[in-house]
Each structure stands twice: as structure tokens, then as C-alpha cells.
Design a protein around this ligand. Structure first.
Ligand code: FES
Length: 74
């Protein structure tokens, strides 16, 4: 949802990585802070913070973060 304007201050943009984690930039300070607080789990990233460096990724959006008007593949 990007509720904070992509500033790393919420977690509404959270993605759950299914594959390709190695193709993303290292976690940013906001992501590390959320990881230490347990608001992000291993294998979860903030889409506003993670940059695709090479290759592809496959992600899933958690139920809490889904828009009701969008059809998700799973
Ligand atoms: S949009 Fe708020 S943390 Fe990514």
C-alpha cells in the first residue's frame, strides 16, 4: 500500500520472498530495525526499500497487505 510514502516507516509494502532473495540489495536500516522488532520476519522485505540488483524475484503479498479490489495469483 505504501502508506508512509515509501519512507520505510510502515510495513504496508511488505513482500514475502518465494525466490530470488539474492537478487535484492541488502536490507536497509528501516528493514533491519523492523527485523529486530519482529515486525519483519526472515524472508520478508519492504518493497519500498529493497532494490532489484540482478535477476528475478518471486514474491507473495501477505493477506493483511492485500488490496480488496485486486486479484492476486495466490
Ligand atoms: S511504504 Fe511504508 S515501509 Fe514501505
Amino acid at each position: 500500500m505504501h502508506a508512509c510514502g515509501k519512507k520505510g516507516r510502515c510495513t504496508t509494502c511488505k513482500i514475502i520472498l518465494k525466490s530470488g532473495e539474492e537478487n535484492l540489495s541488502p536490507p536497509t536500516k528501516p528493514e533491519l530495525d523492523y527485523l529486530s522488532q519482529g515486525r519483519l520476519k526472515c524472508g520478508e522485505r519492504l518493497s519500498c526499500q529493497a532494490e532489484l540488483t540482478t535477476g528475478e524475484i518471486v514474491v507473495r503479498v501477505g493477506e493483511f497487505n492485500k488490496f480488496p479490489h485486486i486479484a492476486y495469483s495466490e
